[in-house]
Unconditional design. Sequence first.
Length: 165
Amino acid sequence: MKAVRVLVLVIATLLLVACGGGVISPYQSNGERIYFTATDEQGERITYTGGPTYGGMMGMMNAPLACASCHGADGRGGVHRMHMLVMDAPDIRWSALAAEEEHGAESEGEDEHGESHAQYDLETFRLAVVEGKHPNGERLNSDMPRWNLSDDDLADLMEYLKSLP
């Protein structure tokens, strides 16, 4: 009888380990986790350089940033203020970026911030998120952090932005 209990315990432990330790994540994908927490699948913090000196929309001084801190839970961005500082974070839903590509927000291919964009793909998305540059090579606003993302994490984040309505 004792051997059966031990065997059941061993099998249960192996199943938990095989299923990711039994931890249930509130996030549907790695990209969603990155967007809201700036952590990867291993729970490691994704580091960045630059960015705002305050905690974005959430308004927490010196709080760790994530995409949602400035662009909001829905990716639509917007104007937010912290003391005397004002930030206008753009809409980064893929549908908004695609609309800029196809139609241009203005007749000359400019977005609502007066900045022109070329077509976004994984490489131009990397250019923006990692190097802080628009697809046409112009520098993004200094409020945009330069994220140290792996290629897999970057692709996962892009896929998550594509899922936002």
